[in-house]
Ligand binder design. Structure first.
Ligand SMILES: [Zn+2]
Length: 327
């Protein structure tokens, strides 16, 4: 059996702070004399969201961020990742920084250093929080993201979809799209497949966070396949948030069978328990995906992210070599 840790891959759907290990969370919680947030199955988006915000509370000093950057880059390289595209919403830290920009500068500073040291390529996603950000906030974020293309590669749309449709943020996404960013909103996870269609039509999405409910809209799966729109799929997260009752009922195999490009991702490993490599192992074991399918997941993750061309070329060659080697 081929070693999945040796398969070059990219991680495109990771909410930064939820990439922290339980051990580091415990350590930083002790440092600040704070109770460790309870990590368990959720079933609802609200409970999950509260715990996520609690986890952000232990990132205070530069040293804490350095620990996170070092851990995240190191563990990703160990899992065979060559490229990481985390999303980060600076609004959670407004009480600690004079501006969101100052917060971002710290994050970029510590991650530039850690990524270089570990030999990982990192590009950033600036997301709009569809619940907390107004349209004006979203427009300001889009301008900020476009102005920082030295670090930012993509523009996202996060948080609870219900009651916050893609159409609310058209003007912000136009700025991001015209500024050359990849458009990667969450859609078709907590709301129906029509949010996926709207994200493509109204926002110009080239990738969709989740998108796994696309089967609800007739013809949409065929359209995703024809247009090459990539779904950044996160199976464990979908089960933990009750999007599907079990992995046996998860549509990933059917999506691949229909020719839809999919990347495989962990979303929030701190909260859901599975890291990137474990997601690959899980879909091999529980969904019966063969090595050609697993390689196609890795290939889409590399091709559809914002990695530099030389990183993509080397990774794609590595994926071909992995697949052509004896199993
Ligand atoms: Zn997500």
């Amino acid at each position: 059996m081929r070693d999945l840790a040796a398969l070059p891959k990219a991680h495109l759907h990771l909410h930064l702070e939820a990439g922290m290990s339980p051990a580091l969370l415990a350590e930083l919680s002790a440092k600040y004399d704070r109770e460790v947030p309870v990590i368990r199955g959720y079933g609802s988006f609200a409970a999950f969201s509260d715990t996520y915000v609690a986890a952000t509370d232990v990132l205070r000093e530069r040293e804490d961020w350095e620990r996170l950057a070092d851990e995240l880059c190191g563990t990703h390289v160990a899992q065979g990742a060559v490229y990481l595209e985390p999303s980060f919403w600076a609004g959670n830290y407004r009480h600690r920084f004079a501006s969101d920009e100052q917060c971002w500068e710290l994050v970029w500073d510590v991650f530039d250093e850690a990524a270089a040291r570990h030999g990982l390529s990192v590009g950033w996603m600036v997301p709009v929080d569809r619940v907390k950000d107004s349209l004006d906030d979203a427009i300001a974020l889009a301008r900020f993201a476009v102005a920082h293309r030295d670090h930012v590669v993509s523009f996202g749309l996060h948080n609870d979809e219900v009651g916050h449709p893609p159409g609310d943020f058209v003007d912000a996404f136009r700025i991001a799209r015209e500024g050359g960013l990849l458009i990667c909103p969450h859609a078709g996870e907590l709301e129906g497949g029509h949010y996926v269609a709207d994200s493509i039509e109204l926002l110009g999405a080239c990738r969709i966070g989740h998108g796994v409910r696309c089967f609800e809209v007739p013809g949409l799966v065929e359209r995703l396949a024809a247009d090459g729109v990539c779904l950044d799929v996160c199976p464990t997260s979908n089960i933990m948030l009750s999007v599907f009752p079990s992995l046996a009922e998860h549509p990933l195999p059917a999506l691949l069978e229909a020719g839809v490009r999919c990347s495989l991702n962990a979303d929030d490993p701190l909260l859901f328990g599975a890291d990137l490599l474990e997601e690959y192992e899980l879909v091999r074991r529980e969904m019966g995906l063969d090595d050609a399918r697993l390689a196609s997941l890795a290939r889409s993750s590399v091709e559809c992210g914002g990695a530099p061309d030389d990183v993509k070329a080397a990774a794609l060659a590595g994926i071909d070599a992995w697949l052509s080697a004896d199993a």
